[in-house]
Design a protein around this ligand. Structure first.
Ligand SMILES: [Zn+2]
Length: 299
């Protein structure tokens, strides 16, 4: 059995300021699951993050209070936590007194989301994500599948499906192709199956469950579904560190496509499914003349 952890980055809406929507699946054989958990937990412990979820976008932010604290880098983890927490309490009080409820709400959300990481400097947080990405890149048994849609290029009036549907269909088809290849190799005396595992989010749950039913009935545009189990599994991402790793992958891909930052991308891209020299696991749905790594290697 192969597990494929699905996550997304950016929104599929064309009315916001993200140019890309990325959906990805990170697949590992079930017998490597323990190795993966152990590897990631080891990295987490190094940064005192053993109880924290890896939420890449929140980790990789500038925490303004940290800059305001003198000699922040020289403090211990505990001293940093105490100092940042005090700054934050002061800020909340200030916003309450000013009666700025919109800003107060946004600030409270920022603080809650980033709280597990405030004991680390910006450089340490970046190093943590880099270590995780490097570890994923080194897992020879893992495969990455992704559809990256440039929403500027996506024309809803011409497309037969929505952005979400196209992305999910592509990822599912590529995972199925991969299982097919594994199952048709000469030394394969058993058939491998695939299980899709998603973050437990009600909107996605409904959408993906319905799409999977359809794929099983009529196939996708690209393939019949034979090896992927019909019902996807939905889990709480807080409790499933493997989903959090797909979060690192989609974050890295979107940063590369939107900002040209390739440090994390180069690590995780090593796991993109390949046939010979051709990268078949990841596609950038964009204009024909795109010269990014994904487009250059996909053709
Ligand atoms: Zn491209």
């Amino acid at each position: 059995m192969y597990l494929c952890y699905i996550d997304e980055s950016g929104t599929s809406s064309t009315n916001d300021n993200s140019s890309h929507f990325v959906l990805a699946g990170l697949s590992i054989p079930i017998w490597k699951w323990n190795t993966c958990e152990r590897d990631i937990n080891r990295i987490k412990r190094r940064y005192n993050l053993q109880d924290a979820e890896i939420h890449t976008a929140w980790i990789n932010r500038d925490y303004r209070e940290q800059r305001a604290i003198p000699n922040f880098d020289a403090l211990s983890y505990t001293e940093r936590t105490v100092a940042v927490s005090r700054h934050r309490r002061e800020m909340i009080l200030k916003l309450r007194r000013a009666g700025n409820s919109k800003k107060l709400k946004q600030t409270q959300k920022n603080y809650t989301k980033t709280e597990p990481y405030i004991h680390l400097t910006f450089d340490e947080r970046k190093a943590f994500i880099k270590d995780v990405a490097r570890k994923i890149g080194a897992w020879g048994f893992a495969r990455l599948f992704a559809e990256c849609i440039d929403k500027v290029y996506f024309d809803p009036s011409l497309a037969p499906q929505t952005i979400d549907e196209q992305a999910f269909e592509q990822v599912v088809s590529r995972f199925e192709h991969y299982l097919n290849r594994l199952n048709s190799s000469d030394d394969c005396d058993q058939k491998y199956h695939g299980l899709l595992i998603h973050d437990n989010n009600q909107t996605i749950e409904k959408k993906h469950t319905e799409l999977m039913k359809r794929f099983h009935r009529v196939g996708t545009l690209w393939t019949q579904i034979e090896y992927i189990i019909e019902t996807p599994l939905f889990v709480n991402s807080e409790l499933t560190s493997m989903i959090q790793l797909t979060d690192v992958c989609v974050y890295a891909i979107r940063k590369y496509l939107e900002k040209g930052e390739d440090e994390l991308f180069n690590e995780i891209y090593r796991r993109a499914d390949r046939r010979g020299r051709n990268v078949v696991g990841i596609r950038h749905f964009s204009e024909d003349i795109c010269t990014c790594h994904i487009c250059s290697n996909h053709r």
